[in-house]
Design a binder for this molecule. Sequence first.
Ligand SMILES: Cc1cc2nc3c(=O)[nH]c(=O)nc-3n(C[C@H](O)[C@H](O)[C@H](O)COP(=O)(O)OP(=O)(O)OC[C@H]3O[C@@H](n4cnc5c(N)ncnc54)[C@H](O)[C@@H]3O)c2cc1C
Length: 700
Amino acid sequence: MLRRNAGNSDGQGRSCQTAGNDSLPSLHTVRALTGWFKLTVTIPSIDYKRSRSICRFRESRRLMSAQSWVSSAGRVVRRVIKLPTWRVLLLFSLTLGWTEAMQDTFFQRLFDETSVLFNNGTPRIPDTTVYRKEYDFIIIGAGSGGSVMANRLSEVRDWNVLLLEAGKEGNMLTEVPLTAGLTSITGYNWGYTADPMKGACLGLKGGVCNWPKGRGLGGTSLINFLIYTRGHKKDYDGWEQAGNPGWGFRDVLEYFKKSERVQIPELRNSPYRSTAGPVDVEESSFETPLLKRFIDAGRNLGYMETDPNGEIQLGFGKAQATMRRGRRCSAAKAYLAPACRRPNLDISMYSRVTKILIDPVTKIAYGVEFMKHRRRYVIRARKEVILAAGAIASPQLLMLSGVGPRDHLKEIGIPMVQDLPVGYNLQDHLNLPGLVFPVNQPVTVRERDMRSPRYILDYMLLGRGPFTSPGGAEGVAFVKTNISFTPSDYPDIELVMGTGAYNNDESGSLRATIGITDEFYHNTYKTILGKHAFSVSPVLMRPKSRGRIYLKSANPFHWPRMEGNFYADYDDLVVLREGVKLSVDLIESRSFRDIGARLHSTPFYGCEQHRFRSDEYWECAIRRVGSTLQHQCGTCKMGPATDPEAVVNAQLQVYGIQGLRVVDASIMPTIPASHTNAVVFMIGEKAADMVKEFWANEIR
Ligand SMILES: Cc1cc2nc3c(=O)[nH]c(=O)nc-3n(C[C@H](O)[C@H](O)[C@H](O)COP(=O)(O)OP(=O)(O)OC[C@H]3O[C@@H](n4cnc5c(N)ncnc54)[C@H](O)[C@@H]3O)c2cc1C
């Protein structure tokens, strides 16, 4: 019923492909948004994007049964009549503006254009519609990796660069840090769901994990939760030791610094930080009394207050975020906006690449094929095609283009160009959301409080207040469990403390991000709905389990198969379970006693059969509603030629193919102890220098 898979199909005909301009808020978004503004009117659950799709009739018949129309219309009328006039007007314009009409140009343009007003004045990025026959570089995907490449390569005036992106530019919705979860229920999310797993996501909607991924200029940095971390030195030294020269910590630090402009006064002079890059890193100006207690509790466990992106990663601190004056600083804002007027850079939105063109004899990548507004284009690349479509779409595109495991391509019926282990080595950071700690004082952020005009104006006019809290996260800690198998200074668990909790997710936007069911929500939190509470989410830093991306079919508009394989290695479950226990002990420690913080006493729905707080109980909770931080990576692994899993070399060039590199999260050999956005910026910065060096004799 939701727009989970706009513009996609799961390959089994369960949904249909839309074409063209479809990055719009769905009716579910309207519901979530109206929820925020207390216009809790139930609107029929019609996915208008789908109803405009090529299978309009079948979909709309399924979605718009006459019965639901009549009963929903009745409910709307009943509710509307009770509302004051201004709300009726607002509701009227919202329903008109956000639905069918919105898809047509006027309302949509109006909304997108007015978004500029709340966008720190960043100008809109023009969409290219006229192309050269040939470019020096064609970049696929304007996400975190692709945006860096587009900016840095177009610095060379003699090079022509074409950036192709399936989605469109962000708008006012994607700007707000606190409501990052809302973006996952818009067309800015590809809406992937992983294949069902035996031991994970069992209690989530449909028994599957949601794997949101950004679609639009900025890619996933347009919908992510903005937290800025870089990982541990040992992560990168490990990459180098695995046979990837130039990727040790000392090398990559320069590129982390090249990408960032830290705005946190006390960190400006740190040798690990920089103030000269394009990505703004800030702390929210807003703080609840929870943060002090969180840091204090950490101190009692022996951890210092640290900058996790500095000398010592272990420790507690305030969340750092990719924000510019309180608003999201996406890859597009940081890298594309300043470069988009360059005459040698063309940025083409709504452009879905369907194939990388590779000569099967010479094995040279010479161009791409893409669809835009239902038209097919073929454009040639003189020097290189740079694949930056992210950890799911990059391996998919490679396989569609004949680069992948021989047997698998044969099974799907795709002529093989190069036999490579594409799609293997999938890794992610597993976590347990939903741990809720009610308190006896009004020290948390509840969704209903956010409707206060004061907070809205604070955000809109000054870029301050609770709306600047990155995805609602306030504190971040990197810790070790009692059973940690990692080196002494290396964390096995991250704790993310939120200013609010699931029991206040009235709009449903948080639940929708990962697929928590209404049944779980009501059964688990019914006794504390609307009460002040906060959350801590423990995250497993070093997963041992590995998943895989496969093709379902040779149709580029079908989703690939996504096999998470979570907890296939039982150690992952055990370490995360210990992380959960550590989180509970931390919050129930003396530092939080004055506000009466205690773990919510109703067991997780579906795990009542186990003794509350026992190991079996926590394992059940993790398997049922455990999710991930959506840091999927590793599916086009970087490694030496001797590594049987390697797809690209240390220069990020695809083995066996000339003129083709991968520059995104999929090249990570192992997942770092970090959120992945900053890591991909670093990868992009480093890759751009490698490309420049490779073609150095051409640069005047
Ligand atoms: C909900 C969520 C929360 C997150 N929170 C954080 C966080 O707080 N901090 C953090 O550091 N990281 C976070 N991440 C992860 C982080 O944002 C990503 O790892 C990172 O942005 C990935 O960058 P990328 O370049 O690999 O891919 P992406 O940024 O996903 O870029 C890929 C781009 O390619 C485009 N594309 C794909 N296929 C095609 C095609 N066929 N044709 C044309 N274009 C195509 C996509 O539309 C997209 O724009 C989060 C992720 C999610 C989903």
